[in-house]
Design a protein around this ligand. Structure first.
Ligand code: TNX
Length: 530
């Protein structure tokens, strides 16, 4: 009998433990009826994880009449506030007003404030303080404010689809967050050459990646299969070179006006567009457009397959350099950012000595247009200036050459962050030459472990490329990027010791609930309890 009673007590204990555990799981803003759970506040929705999170055990009430106040020391603060307003609106239905700040008096509002010289926050860091009285985001620059706003937006995610007409208030757990990035370069690359993607698709991508605090979008604008950016002095590049893509579809290209629309949209999300013109290999589309660029004066056919390494510009012709100067000049005028990417990869059809001279000459052209050069790791064979950046993708020997020359590195190790690799043998999309990449593979690595004797200062940052040989539309893009891209975002932004795979999975599964609500096509890996 005593044993039965003991067992009964044990079962009751287990039952209540489960109930308590489940009710503690929510730690985001909650509607009034869930108010009990807010004191369990920790921030289980945030990716990348902030540098410091101190829950203060209280609650803040945001109501339909709350206002967003911005300080007027920068013109950009109003549009950042409107961005926040629009996100609050699409997630909760609340329509908050946005007003210039006079002085902080009333309770219950959101304040976006610039302050000079907040120690250790740098350009992109911010403080997000949610007290009983207000939500305050402070930063040294508008860019920092925007990153802080994105943190607040993520804290709204659990409300998506959970607010009814009669909800008047939303409760946030009070918390003090202090946050700043580990690396200044956190990039995504989209290959618009193998398959073309519309201006609208690129804008949608910009919006998505900005949620995870990425700050660069590298567009791979040219390759064997397509030339995607209008160059006014060489119009056939797009007329002919832009007319197809992998598989023989109709391809496409951006007019300069459309390209500027992308650049402008990215700027509003504090993302810099990095244009890449790949050379001297990966140039069949250009060679097919202008016979005179070929050593034998004959244009090859347009190419719609997926082989690499068969094309090369004619390095002995002066016209080649006139062409490059024209292209870099027009592209530099379209680029507010510091960098032009010149490719330089897989030049298997180019003489290797000539390749080195070529890269050095292109470097001079880029710098004479007041830009800095980035190239794939192979460019480290050339003599580089201190400004040039090497993008690691496969061979650490090249990177070591670059490090010896004192150049900084962007890390894109194919076996970790190539978003075109399949997740597993069953994945329909993608390739697998660098292996299968599960979420844990994209999460559990660090740039410092990639190369011996590497110092943190030599790492400019990390970037996740999405090559698109097999990627046809935006839904495919979503599937290959999510969730892996969020792992990359945490490596790029968060302090190394704050990263933790088990806790990341919890936060990821919360993101998954939001992705379900917005209809994002993501890979439901069985590594995560969705
Ligand atoms: C290698 S990575 C390439 C691309 C391909 C990609 C496919 C690099 C610099 N070059 O041309 O699209 O593999 O995964």
């Amino acid at each position: 009998m005593r044993i039965i009673i003991k067992k009964l007590f044990f079962l009751i204990f287990v039952f209540f433990s489960i109930v308590i555990f489940l009710s503690c799981k929510t730690m985001s803003p909650v509607k009034e009826k869930n108010i009990k759970s807010i004191n369990e506040a920790s921030i289980e929705y945030l990716i990348p994880i902030p540098a410091s999170i101190i829950p203060t055990g209280n609650k803040f009430k945001l109501s339909k009449t709350s206002k967003i106040y911005f300080d007027q020391s920068s013109d950009e603060n109003e549009s950042i506030s409107i961005y926040l307003k629009n996100n609050v609106n699409s997630i909760t239905g609340f329509d908050l007003s946005v007003l210039p700040l006079e002085k902080i008096l009333e309770k219950g509002n959101i304040y976006l404030l610039l302050q000079d010289g907040i120690n250790s926050l740098g350009k992109e860091g911010y403080e997000l303080n949610i007290s009983e009285h207000s939500i305050e985001i402070k930063a040294n620059s508008p860019e920092g404010l925007f990153r802080g706003v994105q943190t607040l937006v993520q804290m709204l995610f659990p409300l998506k689809g959970n607010i009814n007409e009669s909800s008047n208030d939303i409760y946030f757990p009070t918390v003090q967050i202090k946050d700043f990035p580990r690396f200044s370069w956190r990039g995504v690359m989209l290959d618009v050459a193998r398959h073309f993607f519309s201006v609208n698709d690129v804008k949608k991508l910009i919006d998505l990646i900005s949620l995870y605090k990425f700050n660069h979008l590298h567009l791979h604008l040219t390759d064997d299969q397509g030339w995607r950016i209008e160059i006014k002095s060489w119009p056939k590049l797009t007329e002919i070179g832009g007319s197809t893509q992998v598989g023989g579809g109709k391809g496409g290209f951006y007019t300069q006006k459309e390209y500027l629309e992308i650049v402008e949209h990215a700027k509003k999300r504090y993302i810099t567009i990095v244009p890449e013109i790949d050379m001297p290999g990966h140039t069949n589309a250009a060679l097919a457009s202008y016979p005179e660029l070929n050593c034998d004066g004959k244009a090859p056919e347009l190419y719609t397959g997926i082989k690499v390494g068969f094309s090369s510009l004619c390095l002995d012709k002066e016209l080649t350099y006139v062409f490059i100067e024209d292209v870099i000049k027009e592209l530099s005028a379209l680029t507010p950012g510091e960098y032009i990417h010149i490719g330089g990869d897989e030049a298997y059809a180019t003489d290797s000595i000539k390749y080195i001279n070529f890269i050095e000459r292109v470097q001079r052209i880029v710098e004479s247009n007041n830009k800095k050069m980035i190239g794939w790791e192979e460019i480290a064979q050339a003599k580089l200036t201190q400004n040039s950046i090497i993008q690691f993708w496969r061979k650490s020997d090249y990177v070591k050459l670059g490090l010896k020359q004192g150049n900084k590195i962007i890390f894109s190790p194919a076996s970790k962050v190539y978003m075109d690799m399949k997740y597993n043998p069953e994945t329909v999309l993608g390739l697998n030459w660098a292996g299968y990449i599960e979420i844990s593979d994209s999460y559990n690595w660090d740039p410092l472990d990639q190369i011996t004797d590497l110092s943190e200062e030599s790492i400019l940052g990390i970037e996740a490329p999405l090559w698109t040989e097999t990627i046809l539309n935006f839904s495919d893009i979503e599937f290959m990027l999510f969730p892996r891209l969020t792992a990359v975002s945490e490596i790029g932004w968060s302090i190394k010791h704050r990263r933790n795979w088990d806790y990341f999975k919890v936060r990821l599964s919360n993101q998954g609930k939001y992705w379900d609500k917005i209809g994002l096509n993501f890979y439901r890996s069985n590594q995560v309890n969705w």
